[in-house]
Structures are given as structure tokens and as C-alpha cells.
Ligand binder design. Structure first.
Ligand SMILES: [Zn+2]
Length: 165
């Protein structure tokens, strides 16, 4: 299946943040449902196996994105499939979009109004261990230099970062 490069709302293009990103094609309203994060349904055990394999193979590149979303306790979506355009959305520590679960589906919606041409971002929600494997260069306020969920950043800064120096 050919990889789509756009929808009526968004398009894929080179990003200043990292590799490729998705950009608003038109003005988008706050709260608007933008794109579904599609993928393959997998179980907890499959998720465990897939993510550790991807982290190992990505370690050489000094970056690691697993592309896996947890939907329920034992239901995950592996977004690393060719037709999942949403996997190109980059992380930001001050994102303009968020992911959410709706009827066992993962969707991306706008946290604030987006202007046509703006790059879409969301917080990948990584924990500290996942975050340390994924440097962040978003340059936003509150960025600790790693892709890490907002709820971990102050703990990381206070207790973990000093140990890494
Ligand atoms: Zn950042």
C-alpha cells in the first residue's frame, strides 16, 4: 500500500524539529479531530518484544521511537505501519495537539487553534527511561533535553539530570 502524504487537513513535509513532520493544510480549530493514529493491534507481550527490539536497533542512531500506543491493559496499537501518516507527528514539550483514545481508537486533536502551515506536535508521554533514549531539541520552555512526559520533567531535572553530568 502506498503511503499517503496528506489528508484534507494536513500534509507531510520536512520538519525543523526532526526528519519529516505533519503540517496544517488549513486553519484548524481547537479541539478538532485531526487524524487517526492507525496501526496493528497487538497484546502486552507483543508490545514488550517490539519496543525493546526497536529501542535496541535505534540506540546506534541515538534516537528511539517505539510508535506504540497503549489503549487498554492488554491492547496496544503498533503505529509502525506504512499507511499510518500520523506517525510522522513530532514530539514537542509545548505541544499544540494531543493524542486521545476514542472507542479503542487513537486520535490526534488540536489543543489550540492552528494556522495553516504550522507543524503539528504532541507530547509522546514517555517515562524517564524511554525519555533518556530520545533527545529532544524542541527548544520550548520546560524542555529538559529529552522527550519526556510533562509529569516527569521536574523530577528528572532535580533528581536524575545531576547524576548524568
Ligand atoms: Zn523538548
Amino acid at each position: 500500500m502506498a503511503t499517503p502524504t496528506s489528508t484534507t487537513l494536513i500534509y507531510k513535509a520536512k520538519s525543523k524539529l526532526h526528519g519529516y513532520g505533519l503540517f496544517a493544510k488549513v486553519d484548524i480549530k481547537r479541539g478538532q479531530k485531526i487524524i487517526q493514529y492507525i496501526g496493528k493491534s497487538i497484546t502486552y507481550d507483543e508490545c514488550d518484544e517490539i519496543t525493546s527490539r526497536r529501542y535496541k536497533s535505534a540506540a546506534a542512531e541515538n534516537r528511539a521511537y517505539a510508535f506504540v500506543f497503549q489503549v487498554t491493559k492488554d491492547y496496544f496499537i503498533d503505529g509502525n505501519v506504512p499507511n499510518n501518516l500520523a506517525k510522522f507527528i513530532n514530539h514537542s514539550c509545548n505541544p499544540n495537539c494531543e493524542s486521545y483514545i476514542y472507542r479503542r481508537e487513537v486520535w490526534i486533536r488540536a489543543l489550540r487553534p492552528l494556522k495553516a502551515g504550522e507543524e503539528l506536535t504532541f507530547d509522546y508521554g514517555f517515562d524517564i527511561l524511554e525519555g533518556i533514549a530520545s533527545p529532544c531539541a524542541c527548544g520550548e520552555r520546560g524542555c529538559v533535553g529529552y522527550v519526556m512526559d510533562k509529569s516527569y520533567r521536574s523530577y528528572f531535572k532535580k533528581h536524575v539530570a545531576p547524576l548524568m553530568e
